[in-house]
Design a protein. Structure first.
Lengths: 116, 116
DNA sequence: TTATTGCGCAACCTTTTGGTTGCCTTATTA
DNA sequence: TAATAAGGCAACCAAAAGGTTGCGCAATAA
């Protein structure tokens, strides 16, 4: 499922940097139910100011992790899941590269113990 | 494959934060061939100082992404792939949660268009 | 129409981050 | 043994991050 449009691929470091903060990870969790939410609404439950939350949302937006929609005087944010997925793929790629070389090392070790 | 021991699970935000820098991502790439590498060796090719690289390595180490081994006067670093994998799982979990709610929304829309 | 609510902008502050340089110690190796 | 290569430690610096408060404006509710 998922993935429809979006091909704007933010650089991995920028995405990870945006994910590298507890407040922002919590904001993402709260947005996961799929319904777009306003800045004020998202501020509830945190004990930091609306402006602080706004700055975190800016980070997430610049990284392409969330997307704003203006509705009246409110600005509603929703998850842009493709961005999360692209960073997920980046990590999967790292793991698979590691496995390749790990397999090579294992083969070498086996060759040695068989004493060829 | 992969995963043997390690259960020290670094908090996700700390891991992502460590991944959120181009220099550190590049260091990880260079360590992916599986052979442990020293600070001086890893410094080659970057045009920043050894101490700067050392600080980046500290970040990665604190996040549990790399692991040092002391050999003579050298300190060799290698990837701790389980940490990467744990953050990868975190992202996969986000994607799957998103899909769940997206499916729910789709069902609602279908119900509406069928006009029940 | 008058409050009130949602937000944006900007100034300001402190801590963290990403770098630097200088100097000292400890293994190597010539 | 003397020179050299690998690194640790610490001081220092500028810029970025994560907050705050104050204020003004536009949309909504009384």
């Amino acid at each position: 499922m998922t993935a429809i449009l979006n091909n704007s691929s933010t650089p991995p470091a920028l995405i990870f940097s945006a994910l590298g903060d507890d407040t922002r990870l919590e904001l993402i969790q709260r947005l996961l139910d799929g319904t777009p939410k306003s800045v004020s609404y998202l501020t509830q439950g945190f004990n930091i100011s609306r402006q602080a939350i706004r700055k975190h949302l800016n980070h997430l937006e610049k990284a392409g992790i969330i997307r704003p929609t203006k509705v009246g005087r409110e600005q509603l944010f929703q998850i842009q899941i493709e961005t999360i997925e692209s960073s997920s793929k980046y990590l999967a790629e790292i793991s698979s590269q590691w496995d390749v070389h790990l397999n090579n090392l294992t083969e070498i070790l086996e060759d040695e113990t068989v004493d060829r």
